[in-house]
Design a protein around this ligand. Structure first.
Ligand code: HEC
Length: 170
């Protein structure tokens, strides 16, 4: 995956008071192997963009399999495990994966800047998805295929995408 920004090159690094500092980015100090304290804020952001995207893809894949099985009335140990995995995956989604300034106006990402214009609404949708996934896990443990299928439909994927997910990036 390519990002619009570049990892700060050595030319952008200035010696200040014995530690290395990078100009123009907020500091997130990390010790490098040669003992210097270097800001890697932008490198961290790259990892964050990657993480939220792969997490969402994993949620999608897990939900698809589970939803398909539930619609056929099939809830066994594999489905219970999938439902528990899905609930755990959704719990990993929080606003630390959407730091301010990580939207599609600045980076190659599908996350629209609207996320930060109405963060409360976005968070409400995340919470709704987490609750539906947790309900799905409870229903799966109870062997209730119908309730699992319903919970999968209650995760609110399309509504959130319509508002906060932009077009595919190359
Ligand atoms: C709270 C809002 C929200 C909810 C709910 C949500 N998504 Fe997403 N989804 C997003 C955003 C924002 C992105 C873009 C993430 C990024 O920056 O890469 C995304 C990205 C994705 C992607 C990656 C697409 C790609 O090719 O880059 C998939 C797949 C996906 N979502 C599936 C789902 C499914 C399935 C559900 C329901 C179980 C769901 N999402 C629920 C907001 C949401």
């Amino acid at each position: 995956m390519k990002f619009k920004f570049l990892i700060p090159s050595i030319a952008a690094v200035a010696m200040i008071g014995g530690t290395l500092a990078v100009t123009g980015v907020s500091q997130a100090d990390v010790k490098t192997s040669d003992g210097y304290s270097v800001s890697v804020a932008q490198a961290d952001l790259g990892a964050t963009l990657k993480k939220r995207n792969s997490l969402m893809k994993n949620i999608s894949k897990t939900r698809k399999g589970l939803s398909g099985a539930a619609k056929k009335g099939k809830i066994g140990p594999a489905e219970v495990a999938a439902a528990e995995k899905l609930a755990a995956l959704t719990k990993q989604l929080d606003m630390s994966l959407w730091p301010k300034g990580s939207g599609s106006d600045m980076h190659k990402t599908r996350s629209k800047p609207d996320i930060w214009n109405d963060t409360a609404d976005f968070q409400k949708r995340v919470a709704k998805m987490q609750k539906a996934a947790a309900d799905g896990a409870t229903a799966a443990k109870g062997g209730d295929a119908k309730a699992v299928a319903k919970a999968m439909g209650d995760m609110g994927c399309g509504g959130c995408h319509k508002k906060y997910r932009g077009p595919k990036v190359k």
